[in-house]
Design a protein around this ligand. Structure first.
Ligand code: ATR
Length: 277
């Protein structure tokens, strides 16, 4: 029987993961099936167990089930433990389910490997304090940036997240209102504001000369935050397409032991409309 994989989420119809994994399988000569699964609210565990009992080998998990996937896993990678969310489930040979999280490594690889951004020497601002932000804080800190500030509309959430994930004050949490007079080499948008075509309420002067902006979302058109960066002179203003493909490649590697070449897929996605993993 062909090895079966899927992405589970709700909604799921716009997910580009099947397209990406089919391309990876073709490129690496692996034989597998990869489909979309519409997860039912309140029945996530049942849906997952049924998938694995019918020959499923691995799942990608997207909104709103990443925390439930984390809870359901019988064992977790270190990075999934820290993120308290799993976007990849792997069926182990003894029938147990392992949870991992490839979102952080996806962002880091896109920034550093694909675009050559010097995280180590940079002052970074991360906007948002929800699940998307939580998943990338530790991976960013592990690159030893000059500084990392987490800012959120609800300041208390950013403060709590920075305290929890940054050891010995490695990172600072604050409100969007506290950003006046500050400047950053890289501003990453991990808020959900873009879903309404909005940008978080931040000062116009936040970016250093030649600074970069990065929106973890992407769409067919440049996102509101990508435009915000371009209009304020960003040397590069990137969307989350590269992160999407890189996190998929890492999941593919976890399942199949082969790392696909991501560049052709990132290029191909330029013409596909979606903001959903
Ligand atoms: P996700 O898992 O995608 O991160 P989430 O947990 O619902 O989703 O978090 C959404 C994040 O986007 C939060 O940081 C939220 O800010 P609040 O904590 O203040 O709610 C942020 N967000 C959503 N809409 C926003 C907007 N219009 N402006 C600024 N921040 C916004």
């Amino acid at each position: 029987m062909t090895d079966r994989y899927a992405v589970i989420g709700n909604p799921i119809e716009h997910s580009k993961s099947p397209l990406i994994h089919a391309a990876f399988a073709k490129q690496t000569g692996e034989t597998l099936e990869y489909s979309r699964l519409l997860g039912n609210p309140g029945e996530f565990a049942t849906d997952v167990r049924e998938f694995f009992s019918r020959g499923g080998r691995g799942l990608n998990v997207t909104v709103p089930f990443k925390e439930e996937a984390w809870q359901l896993a019988d064992e977790l990678s270190h990075r999934a433990k820290v993120a308290t969310a799993a976007n990849t489930l792997i069926l182990l040979s003894d029938g147990r389910i392992r949870g991992d999280n490839t979102d952080g490594v996806g962002l880091i690889r896109d920034l550093m490997t694909n675009h050559g951004f010097p995280l180590r020497s940079s002052h970074i601002l991360l906007l948002g304090a929800g699940g998307a932000s939580r998943g990338v804080i530790r991976p960013l800190l592990d690159e030893n940036p000059a500084s990392l500030v987490v800012a959120n509309r609800t300041a208390s959430k950013a403060v709590a997240l920075a305290c929890e994930l940054g050891e010995n004050g490695e990172t600072e949490g604050c409100g969007l209102d506290d950003l006046a007079d500050r400047q950053f080499d890289l501003i990453i948008n991990a808020t959900a504001a873009g879903l309404d075509g909005k940008v978080p309420a931040i000062p116009d002067t936040l970016l250093t000369t030649r600074g970069w902006t990065y929106d973890m979302m992407y769409g067919n058109e440049p996102t509101a935050f990508v435009r915000w960066g371009l209009e304020r002179g960003a040397a590069k203003s990137l969307d989350g397409r590269g992160m999407l493909v890189e996190q998929a490649a890492e999941s593919f590697f976890l399942w199949r032991g082969m790392m696909p070449d991501t560049a052709p897929m990132i290029q191909a996605l330029v013409s596909y409309p979606s903001i959903s993993v």
